[in-house]
Design a protein around this ligand. Structure first.
Ligand SMILES: [Zn+2]
Length: 304
């Protein structure tokens, strides 16, 4: 059994919302077993919205949650950090409707979680183990989940831009691979699109400090963190969006040209398709090495 986990202590930081441009204080707080991740608006008297697919609301270049009058936007990078570091339960307190964008990646949230520390709880973590394939297509966008003994993500992107004609990557997710290969990848946008978004009152907090901006001839930022930072960021996004299923996933997720709308629609579809997965309390152990006898964990082992 893997125990559910929460944060050891509370921790806070300040930043700005990417789309609203608002200043926001973010506090991550411990929570009891089976709480899940809940967003709390301190500016609305502490009203809460749980981070689950049934509360998805307001997909507009970011993933938002809504319940009654409570709205919280741009939750995906923080949720990806929580699920990848094995934080099952936490309260996320905000004094504004949008999670701060920080540097556009999940690395600052990893830092906060590491600073807060991790505490095991006396309840088993349950995983969604995929038993048979599930998929969803919308035009040329596609997302699917296949049975696998591990959580793996394969993502491919294709844009009509010389820099981003095609990128594809597969990652087997562990705490380490997430922290090193995925969490530092920043959000990105095309200069043209950014100008359009600003006219719609979006990306008001956006700058080269928190997003990669792609112009006609290349990236406006001084450098990329990875040559394929763009597809790595899409992997970060889909991990965060699929976290809305409410349990870590054991399966191979494959997405092509997805976005938040496709990811969250698929997360809801997965949760509904109860015949296609089962809840298990620990990942399947690796196959035994040939020639070795399987060890039964329940039985005491003979002393040599
Ligand atoms: Zn993102």
């Amino acid at each position: 059994m893997h125990a559910q986990r929460t944060l050891r202590r509370s921790i806070s930081c300040a930043g700005i919302g990417l789309h609203s441009g608002n200043k926001v204080t973010l506090s991550l707080k411990p929570a009891t077993a089976d709480t899940g991740i809940r967003f709390r608006r301190s500016d609305l008297g502490g009203l809460e919205v749980p981070a689950t697919v049934s509360h998805v609301g307001g997909i507009n270049h970011a993933t938002g949650l809504a319940r009654d009058t409570v709205q919280v936007d741009t939750v995906e990078h923080l949720l990806a950090a929580f699920v990848s570091l094995g934080i099952d339960n936490a309260i996320v307190e905000l004094n504004s409707p949008e999670v701060p964008i920080m540097d556009g990646s999940a690395a600052p949230f990893i830092y906060l979680i590491h600073e807060a520390g991790v505490k095991p709880l006396a309840a088993p973590r349950r995983y969604v183990k995929v038993l048979r394939p599930m998929s969803l297509s919308r035009g040329d966008k596609r997302i699917a989940l296949y049975p696998s003994d591990h959580f793996k993500v394969t993502y491919s992107i294709a844009f009509d831009h010389p820099l981003l004609r095609h990128q594809s990557r597969t990652v087997r997710l562990t705490e380490e691979s997430f922290v090193e290969e995925i969490a530092p990848a920043r959000t990105f946008g095309f200069l043209e699109e950014v100008e359009m978004m600003r006219q719609q009152g979006l990306a008001l907090g956006g700058s080269l400090e928190n997003a990669i901006v792609i112009g006609d001839t290349g990236v406006l930022n001084s450098a990329l963190r990875f040559e394929d930072e763009f597809v790595r960021h899409k992997i970060l996004d889909v991990i965060g969006d699929m976290a809305l299923v409410g349990h870590p996933i054991i399966g191979h997720l494959i997405a092509h040209r997805g976005g938040h709308a496709l990811h969250t629609e698929f997360a809801a579809r997965v949760l509904d398709d109860v015949e296609a997965w089962t809840l298990v309390e620990a990942p399947v152990e690796p196959a035994p090495v040939p020639g070795m006898l399987p060890v039964n964990n329940a039985a005491p082992q003979a002393a040599n």
